[in-house]
Design a protein around this ligand. Structure first.
Ligand SMILES: Nc1ncnc2c1ncn2[C@@H]1O[C@H](COP(=O)(O)OP(=O)(O)OP(=O)(O)O)[C@@H](O)[C@H]1O
Length: 485
């Protein structure tokens, strides 16, 4: 590393220390320690500070509650930073290989491996790769595929039959240009997108094809890290040398330069007839942070939604899980009655179903007694109570608030400033802030192209009013409940 680069690095870490100091002073030690203690700076590039936290929850929380504050404080220390992006650091044990850390990197990240060592040399486009490199290649930041997530363990129901059929066709396609390129799967949390992505990956890898599975975070950090080490060409070329690129959680891809790179990579792979499969939590048209061209490229293949798991599907998933566990714990037995009870009680997603089976198993093995409806109810109570709140759409908020206050949705989006419209508009903006993970600028755009400061003003105004006006408080609570039901 050159001394200039070293001194830049030094400055970046110094600035970061000062930004954290400001955050601590402004928010107090408790809040700082709860939310920012594990926030780390990974890199600064293209006017964007890439920060990381260890969990998705922290990421969402900081993004929805503090991102404006962090940016403001960052800019107070370093005005050339225009944006911040928060990613999730990979956890130990998830990586195919332990992360090698570039000695000059300010902090460990999940992809510093990309920047380091001879593994980052460019490869010929379609060079045959050794088995361990077929997608397990930590040199590309590819995450390992989960052995349990295969087509064999995927249960087909009404809501996912189309997505399954498309995934199956793509995975078994042999000759000719890639099918449905890209295949774009979208669904709410825990409905089986990642399962299908891994299943396609396993199947194609079993056919000897070169597969890379990346989350959006890994793609971004991989690219940033390779830029830092000036090996971005190698990164691009190596990605282009594969048969199947899988990108999960594509909604998290952010940053102008990274999007451009992502767009180039998509184009190059699609033009070369390589298959791309992506998953996101929303359809391409709703990926507001993505460039229009990238969005339309993503929408240009086959877009399929994976629907909510219906009760029959939930019961089949539970039964299959229980049967699989019985091979290891032969005494584990759950009656059909209990299975239907759990399938009715846990409606949110596949992850909670898995959690429920684990709790039943823990109960059975710890107490050594049979699982009755009562014990099942006690074992899964917290899952039923804490099930994930429904994802709320800004459009639904606008519609509900409009009808509640007898105005039209277009009044809410309009420039009108009469009191009869201003208050509902502010309430709708407030609810959009607290019930969705959209940023202030995104909310502003959805409210007739308003500036983010207008949204911030509305949010503060309603927050203040809620503290002073009990009737309004009840009203807003009711709206929240109606939206989340
Ligand atoms: N149809 C299904 N058959 C079997 N298991 C399923 C099915 N759908 C979901 N699951 C299971 O539910 C859990 C969550 O699914 P998955 O991780 O694929 O969700 P996701 O849609 O990718 O969610 P997220 O967006 O949060 O990553 C996994 O354990 C998965 O195996």
């Amino acid at each position: 590393m050159s001394s200039i680069a070293a001194s830049n690095e030094q400055t970046a870490s110094d600035v970061w220390v000062r930004v954290k100091r400001r955050l601590r002073a402004e928010l107090g030690e408790d809040i700082f320690a709860s939310w920012f203690g594990r926030l780390e700076l990974d890199a600064i590039t293209d006017g964007c500070a890439y920060l990381t936290v260890p969990t998705r929850f922290l990421k969402s929380w900081i993004e929805s509650h503090y991102s404006d504050r962090v940016l403001t404080l960052y800019r107070a220390e370093s005005p050339h930073v225009e944006r911040i992006t928060i990613g999730v650091r990979s956890t130990v044990g998830r990586d195919a290989a332990p992360a090698r850390r570039a000695p000059e990197a300010p902090r460990p990240s999940n992809v510093t491996t990309l920047a380091a060592g001879p593994a980052a040399e460019p490869k010929p486009l379609v060079a045959p790769a050794p088995a361990e490199e077929r997608g397990e290649g930590s040199d590309l930041g590819g995450a390992p595929l989960d052995a349990r997530l295969t087509f064999d363990t995927f249960i087909i129901g009404r809501s996912n039959a189309l997505a399954h059929a498309a995934a199956d066709r793509v995975a078994h396609h042999q000759a000719g240009p890639a099918l449905y390129n890209p295949l774009y799967l979208h669904a709410g949390v825990g409905l089986g997108k990642t399962h299908l992505l891994h299943a396609i990956g396993h199947e194609m890898r079993a056919q000897g094809r070169r597969v890379i599975y990346l989350t959006a975070d890994r793609f971004m950090y991989g690219f940033v890290a390779s830029l830092k080490a000036q090996t971005s060409l190698a990164f691009k070329e190596r990605l282009r040398g594969i048969d199947l690129l899988i990108i999960d959680d594509v909604q998290f891809i952010q940053g102008k330069q990274i999007q451009q790179e992502f767009g180039h990579t998509l184009n190059a792979l699609i033009d070369a007839g390589r298959q791309i499969v992506v998953a996101a939590d929303r359809p391409p048209a709703d990926l507001e942070s993505l460039d229009e061209r990238v969005r339309s490229r993503l929408a240009g293949g086959l877009v399929v939604e994976v629907g909510a798991l219906d009760e029959a599907l939930r019961a089949s998933i539970l039964t299959t899980r229980i049967e699989a566990l019985k091979t290891v714990h032969p005494t584990f037995d759950v009656s059909p009655n209990v299975v239907s009870y759990v399938a009715r009680a846990i409606t949110a997603n596949g992850r909670d179903l898995e959690g429920a089976v684990n709790r039943l198993l823990a109960h059975a093995t710890l107490t050594g007694s049979a699982i009755t409806l009562e014990t099942a109810e006690a074992a899964i109570r917290d899952l039923v109570r804490n099930r994930e709140p429904k994802r709320v759409k800004i459009e639904d908020i606008q519609k509900l608030v409009a009808s509640r206050y007898n105005v039209s949705r277009s009044d809410i989006l309009s420039e009108r400033r009469t009191a009869a419209v201003v208050r509902p508009r502010q309430i709708a903006m407030y609810l959009s802030k607290v019930l969705t993970l959209r940023s202030l600028p995104e909310i502003g755009r959805r409210f007739g192209g308003r500036d983010h400061t207008t949204v911030l003003h509305a949010v503060r105004k309603i927050e203040k009013a809620l503290g002073e006006d009990n009737a309004l408080n009840d009203e807003v609570e009711l709206l929240k409940r109606m939206l989340q039901e």
